[in-house]
Design a binder for this molecule. Structure first.
Ligand code: PIR
Ligand code: CA
Length: 319
């Protein structure tokens, strides 16, 4: 059984790897890639998404651009981590692909409404602006989506402020809408993604694959490692976004707890914090779940497997 997903992203080094995992894994049916301003401006992340779509051989997958700024707050980008292009490191030729003519919000709604109820999983790996607008514009998608499995938030610490993670703090109002809409939400936050470290051993394993997609990933990881060393005091960089995709492929790779979750919208110290109410016992039937642990060995196994398969696909001539 494959799972249909829409990947809403802001590539972004780790978003690019999430795209490759989604395209290369046989259990994922990638219906669309949509982009949102975050790591860099909308134009830049959309250009990057198209380039990654080329590398992944996504001939059938539409790539549509969405919102170019958060709902309420001023836009902000992360050049210290992702560079001026949003995906610094690899030298990429401009994509020959065209961006889809539809706005990402429309494409998300159309896609969900056209698929059977309960069949589409939304996987946002950037700010939640497109997803929030989609559920406001067409509230019926809340009942139709199987679940929202998002990279964002954290239970114990932030990365953009002491308490808050980048994807949430960039557009907390959108995050608030998404966390409080009546659909299941799994928050794959820093508690899990900070375990997805691209150590030298991991980079060696990916290098050993020796195909085009793997060389691209190694170049991404080399830039990302340097940025994370210099600006975040990390010995190896955490590869956040593919952890959300991995959770969709195999739930048991990411351990979660079922707890109430909400988003702080005040303008004080904790703006953009994802607040878990840990007073009640964890409940598997909770509408909201937070990731707490990652099976690192199986996670990297999925990445390696997907990169190997992508090469096969590129070698298969199209009829
Ligand atoms: C990663 C990101 C932003 C800032 C830093 N320091 C690191 C991006 C990633 O693409 C990921 O989706 C999320 N935001 C992690 O906070
Ligand atoms: Ca991202």
């Amino acid at each position: 059984m494959t799972t249909k997903i829409i990947l809403d992203c802001d590539p972004g080094h780790d978003d690019a790897i999430a795209m490759l995992l989604a395209q290369g894994n046989p259990e994922i049916d990638l219906l669309a890639v949509t982009t949102v301003a975050g790591n860099q401006t909308l134009d830049k992340v959309t250009r990057n998404a198209l380039a990654v779509a080329d590398i992944a051989g996504m001939t059938e997958v539409p790539v549509a651009a969405g919102c170019d700024r958060p709902l309420v707050r001023a836009p902000r980008v992360a050049p210290d981590i992702h560079g001026e292009s949003g995906m610094d490191g690899p030298q990429l030729p401009p994509s020959v692909r065209e961006v889809d003519g539809r706005h990402a919000v429309d494409l998300i709604i159309e896609t969900i409404m056209a698929e059977p109820v309960g069949s589409v999983t939304l996987v946002p790996t950037g700010a939640l602006t497109n997803i929030a607008l989609a559920v406001r514009r067409e509230p019926r998608i809340a009942d139709r989506v199987r679940e929202v499995v998002l990279m964002g938030g954290a239970l114990h610490r932030g990365n953009w402020s002491a308490t808050s993670e980048f994807n949430i703090i960039v557009d907390p109002e959108s995050a608030h809408i998404v966390f409080n809409a009546d659909w299941p939400v799994t928050m794959v936050g820093l508690d899990a993604t900070h375990q997805a470290l691209a150590t030298p051993e991991v980079i060696e394993r990916i290098t050993a694959i020796g195909n085009g997609p793997s060389r691209f990933v190694v170049e991404l990881l080399e830039f990302f490692a340097k940025a994370y060393r210099e600006s975040q005091h990390f010995a190896s960089p955490p590869v956040h976004d593919p952890v959300a995709v991995a959770r969709v492929i195999d739930r048991s790779i990411v351990r979660t707890v079922g707890v109430p979750l909400d988003v702080e919208l005040g303008n004080g110290l904790t703006v953009g914090m994802t607040v878990a109410d840990l007073r009640a016992p964890a409940d598997d039937a909770s509408r909201t779940h937070a990731a707490v642990d990652l099976d690192q060995e199986r996670f990297w196994g999925l990445i390696v497997d997907a990169l190997e398969r992508l090469d096969d696909r590129l070698l298969t001539p199209e009829e």
